[in-house]
Write a protein that binds this ligand. Structure first.
Ligand SMILES: *Cc1c(COP(=O)(O)O)cnc(C)c1O
Length: 399
């Protein structure tokens, strides 16, 4: 799963380059930096790999999402449709631009259901934000069709799907703008970091400026630069970029290993006919950082998650999780009373606590996700998979 599992000399060398000059800032200081431009180099390498024109690194995936939303001119009172199964950051990013997060159901892809998107569209809707959860993709063709038909922007949250693709295109490059996170537990890590990427020159120029207080980055004298827009400091540091750059070069190694492990696990788990598997619209594009399965009902699923964990098998039961699935989001209880939100903004927010997402409940309540570790040997993969199977089968005999 995470790149930190294969930390090595490569990361240390890139960091040392930066330390040798003492220039930890990604911009300017040309004469002092011994020719190192780790953030720029990292951006260039991402662009080349993803076959996308522009990449802007940021301080996190969250700040990448905020930058992407603002770069589309979306803000106060505009609605963005996102899935009920996500990470709280995608909700936060929308809210903190002044926009309105509007939830829609997921289907067995564990990502936005195209028909649910359609039902969620209102005259205020400006964008759809598919979130490619747990390494695999939303079904982008029907989503892009809806976006075209209703003239909506598409912001892809690909933070959990680094290196994953859909019919030959990397996730994040299919909509108007895509975002990655390089936080500590992601497929490629920089410690902290994120990226906004796009083929649209205007989105890129805005992102480049917005993430650095509006600096236009023209010329060599920071003091003489123009500031066409207001922005924030969402910059990545050279130290983080150095780590990310070394990690990025390991991406294919990471993906190959994860895919091999996942197919082996799937092969073994398929022996149990009551196990269902997440629907993956393009299996070849899965980054394979996780394996998600469906069991028969909520009770069995919750019990099995407990049993597997007790037996040392890492797994997530999202239905009871309070920052990935909407059902347990305590934040909603206070939202309508938050004083820092403008009253108009608060009033436009849906009554999140009382919306009906039973269609998603019936899927997520039966979902368990196993993280895939790069450290497992082939023997461990086989043994673990058999152990998962045996624990399930012995439990089922008892009930
Ligand atoms: C990690 C993550 C983010 C946010 O990234 P950070 O770098 O931690 O800010 C956003 N969306 C999803 C789906 C994520 O998993």
């Amino acid at each position: 799963m995470p790149g930190y599992e294969i930390w090595g000399e490569e990361e240390q060398k890139e960091i040392q380059d930066v330390l040798d000059s003492s220039i930890l800032m990604r911009y300017n200081f040309e004469n002092l930096r011994n020719g190192h431009w780790k953030a720029k180099e990292f951006e260039t390498e991402i662009a080349r790999k993803l076959n996308v024109k522009h990449v802007q690194l940021t301080s996190s995936g969250t700040t990448a999402l905020i930058t992407a939303i603002r770069s589309l001119g979306i803000g106060a009172g505009d609605e963005i449709i996102l899935p009920v199964f996500t990470f709280v950051a995608s909700f936060e990013a929308i809210l903190f631009t002044g926009a309105i997060p509007v939830f829609a159901n997921v289907d067995e892809t564990l990502a936005l259901s195209p028909s649910a998107i359609k039902s969620a569209i209102t005259p205020r809707t400006k964008a759809i934000m598919p979130v490619h959860m747990c390494g695999a993709m939303a079904d982008m063709d029907p989503i892009m069709d809806i976006a075209k038909a209703y003239n909506l922007a598409v912001i892809e949250d690909a933070c959990q799907a680094i290196g994953a693709s859909y019919h030959g295109n990397y996730l994040g490059t299919i909509g108007d703008v895509g975002c990655y996170s390089f936080d500590f537990v992601k497929t490629v890590t920089a410690g902290e970091g994120g990226a906004v990427f796009t083929n649209d020159q205007n989105i890129y120029t805005f992102s480049d400026q917005f993430s650095d207080h509006g600096h236009d980055h023209i010329g060599h004298d920071r003091g003489a630069e123009q500031h066409p827009i207001l922005g924030l400091n969402f910059r990545i540091s050279e130290l983080h970029a150095a780590v990310g750059l070394a990690q990025w070069r390991k991406l294919d190694v990471i993906l190959n290993r994860q895919r091999l492990i996942k197919s082996k696990m799937k092969e073994i788990l398929s022996q149990e006919k009551t196990i269902g598997f997440r629907k993956i619209p393009d299996p070849n594009g899965d980054n394979a950082s996780f394996l998600s399965i469906f069991l028969e009902n909520e009770n069995l699923t919750r019990n099995m998650a407990k049993k597997w964990k007790e037996n040392g098998i890492a797994c997530a039961y999202w239905y009871d999780n309070n920052w990935h699935y909407i059902r347990k989001w305590q934040h909603f209880k206070k939202l309508k009373k938050e004083k820092w939100l403008y009253p108009e903004h608060r009033d436009l927010l849906p009554d999140y606590e009382n919306q009906d997402f039973s269609a998603s409940d019936s899927i997520i309540s039966r979902t368990i996700t196993f993280p895939i570790s790069l450290k497992w040997t082939d023997e461990e993969v086989a043994a673990k998979s058999r152990q998962i199977l045996e624990i399930l089968q012995s439990h089922k005999v008892k009930i």
